[in-house]
Design a binder for this molecule. Structure first.
Ligand code: 15L
Length: 269
């Protein structure tokens, strides 16, 4: 990997990766709809609105690998999700195919699977159960990745990211936390591992209360270093300050499940 494009450079994860990926690849092009405020003079940035194919095509020119973090990163109105995450994701994969990009790492989300009860451990073979329009857009991105991998030979890795940050923020996040350095490991497997064709990994650290079986990632050498339980007391104290949420507390997707909910009794399975 000589030249890598990272979309979503101005977002929360992109901002951290700009430090963490420094020097990992000879050339990194950062992209977003607007430039990060603290863009360094040694960083290459290209403006691209994901909903505009010509701008996306320019951004992917000459790159070998893409880390696609761009788009809308939480639940939103349908028009927002449609433009940023559905049309935007299509434009990205299609532009990559035309430009003969070799690999894409797609930032999917735990919200593609949010409607599984917390007490159920799921792997990558469980059917998708999106908990929001946002979650549906991530399931769409995973399906699109599969199409471009098996039909067009792109090597695609989808990361169902839990919650990225320096520490798990509450009880649910003790199960889904992803430490920054662990995300870097997963991205590097996606961009570099010779055997990748199409894979889905859970973006989670070494979490004792994890909801997910991440065997697929382990097979590719993923060895997460972050241990959520090291932050247990602070996370549980934060949880105690939150109001009860019968639906959100039952399902893996938490508040994404309870928002706009009128589905009756939560599912036991
Ligand atoms: C996500 O997918 C979001 O991008 C992030 O902002 C968090 O809400 C996270 O999920 C989560 O589930 O905590």
């Amino acid at each position: 990997m000589q030249k890598v494009l990272v979309t979503g450079a101005s977002g929360g994860i992109g901002t951290r990766l700009r430090t963490l990926l420094k020097g990992v690849y000879p050339q990194i092009v950062w992209s977003d709809i607007g430039a990060p405020a603290d863009l360094g003079s040694d960083e290459t940035f290209v403006v691209a609105d994901l909903a505009k194919m010509d701008e996306v095509a320019k951004a992917v020119e000459g790159v070998e690998g893409i880390v696609h973090l761009g788009g809308h990163s939480v639940e939103g109105p349908w028009d927002t999700i449609l433009n940023a995450n559905i049309i935007g994701c299509y434009n990205l994969f299609e532009a990559a195919r035309v430009a003969r990009v070799k690999r894409i790492v797609f930032a999917s989300s735990n919200h593609a699977m949010g409607f599984y009860p917390r007490r159920r451990k799921i792997g990558i073979n469980a059917p998708v159960r999106p908990d929001s329009r946002y979650g549906v857009s991530k399931a769409f991105g995973e399906a699109l990745g599969s199409l471009y991998a098996f039909k067009h030979g792109l090597r695609v890795t989808c990361l169902r990211i839990g919650n990225f940050g320096d520490a798990p923020l509450d009880q649910r996040r003790l199960s889904i936390w992803l430490a920054p350095q662990d995300l870097v490991q997963l991205i590097r497997i996606g961009l570099e591992h010779p055997d990748i064709r199409y894979e889905i990994f859970y973006g989670a650290s070494n979490n004792e209360r994890g909801f997910w079986d991440n065997e697929a990632a382990f097979r590719y050498g993923y060895r997460p270093q972050g241990r959520a339980e090291d932050f247990r007391d602070a996370a549980l104290a934060e949880q105690a300050r939150l109001p009860p949420d019968p639906v959100g507390d039952w399902y893996q997707g938490g508040p994404f499940c309870s928002a706009e909910y009128d589905g009756g009794e939560p599912s036991p399975v």
